[in-house]
Design a protein around this ligand. Structure first.
Ligand code: AGP
Length: 354
């Protein structure tokens, strides 16, 4: 399972493993009879008054998604870049749950934040992929995301699994889960497969390989995906890429937009599509080509240059599908550029220095 098989790169293999990874993450954790989420690992966890999520890089983007989900369920939740977290500057007590979101469970910044939080009296939870990792051993509780080994330095399947695991944790902490959301979770592996089999992302590589920069915009649940899309693009293509909450575009980044800066716009139902369409018009007026990632192609296709479609699902889950299209777009661009996709320059899979 840890080999590349017939895939040219581990990253491509791992992108294609996402359907299976999500099945594994969900296995035995949703009771179809009672519509309840069961995370045995958290059986001993007292419901916290507040939640803080600490993470780096891609895991930070998943944490942003998780915090939004928690807040939407009435739980006070904040996200911190682990390298910026100081337990003495944020209120932490024994009713605070600090969740370290970390694929490797070894990231030095995240481990330091978790240790500090623990020292300040918080309850800690490791949300990790790695059994026996430092985070898993040192935190009070652990929830495994069960994505399986990820060899490519650029995180792909683990991001999707982190998002699903955070949705499950939210269900446990909120003591409720919408039936429509659980239905969406059950359908997610098949929908991921649909995206993988039908994606048109490869065709973009030829069209946009010579661009100056790539921008990504999203709102609400897709705002963290815009950040993640840009991070992936930077890591593996070595090209300039930036992600923004779509509303921020007019507060500065718009100055960078030209006909040589394609904009990936996350235009999905449930994440204020109409407002983001307004931002699309702003960038088009500056000549930028727009690639829509959307579950509403009929609504958006007349406003954009390309459409990468995702199936309709519960709004909490659309970002997971949308992100797969962005992973593929970065992958094919990096492939076209002949980059070292699995081992990008200057980067390590696990960053064990602060
Ligand atoms: C993502 O593609 C990178 N590999 C990087 O941002 C990574 O997510 C970050 O270093 C955090 O790693 P962790 O999840 O193992 O803590």
């Amino acid at each position: 399972d840890a080999g590349k098989g017939s895939y040219e790169h581990y990253m491509k293999k791992e992108i294609h493993e996402q359907s299976r990874a999500i099945q594994d993450c969900l296995r035995g954790r949703v009771d179809p009879e009672t519509n309840h989420i069961l995370l045995e690992e958290l059986a001993e966890l007292d419901l916290p008054a507040t939640v803080q999520l600490v993470a780096c890089g891609t895991s930070y983007h998943a944490a942003r998604y998780g915090a939004r989900l928690l807040r939407e369920h009435g739980i006070a939740a904040q996200t911190f870049l682990a390298s910026e977290y100081r337990a003495e500057t944020v209120p932490v007590d024994e009713e605070t749950l600090v969740i370290g979101v970390t694929q490797s469970g070894e990231t030095a910044d995240t481990m330091r934040a978790l240790r500090e939080a623990n020292g300040a009296g918080a309850v800690t939870l490791a949300l990790t992929n790695t059994v026996g990792s430092s985070a898993a051993r040192e935190c009070d509780h652990v929830c495994y995301i069960r994505a399986g080994p990820e060899i490519g330095v650029a995180a792909t399947k683990t991001f999707a699994s982190q998002q699903v695991a955070l949705a499950l944790v939210t269900g446990v902490l909120a003591e409720t889960a919408e039936p429509a959301f659980l239905q969406g979770l059950a359908e997610l592996p098949a929908q991921i497969q649909t995206v993988l089999e039908n994606s048109q992302a490869q065709a973009l590589a030829d069209a946009y390989v010579d661009s100056d920069a790539y921008f990504f915009i999203g709102r609400e649940y897709t705002a963290p995906v815009a950040l993640e899309g840009a991070l992936k693009m930077k890591e593996i293509t070595y090209k300039h890429a930036e992600g923004f909450a779509a509303g921020e575009l007019k507060h500065g980044p718009l100055a960078l937009v030209t006909e040589r800066t394609p904009v990936f716009a996350l235009l999905t139902e449930g994440s204020r599509l109409e407002k983001t369409l307004g931002n699309v018009k702003e960038v088009q007026a500056r000549g930028a080509p727009v690639i829509a990632v959307t579950d509403a192609p009929q609504t958006v296709e007349r406003y954009v240059d390309h459409v990468l479609e995702v199936p309709s699902t519960h709004p909490y889950l659309t970002p997971i599908l949308a992100n797969i299209q962005l992973q593929l777009a970065s992958y094919w661009l990096a492939n076209r550029l002949g980059r070292s996709i699995d081992k990008p320059r200057n980067l390590a899979k696990s960053v064990t220095v602060e």
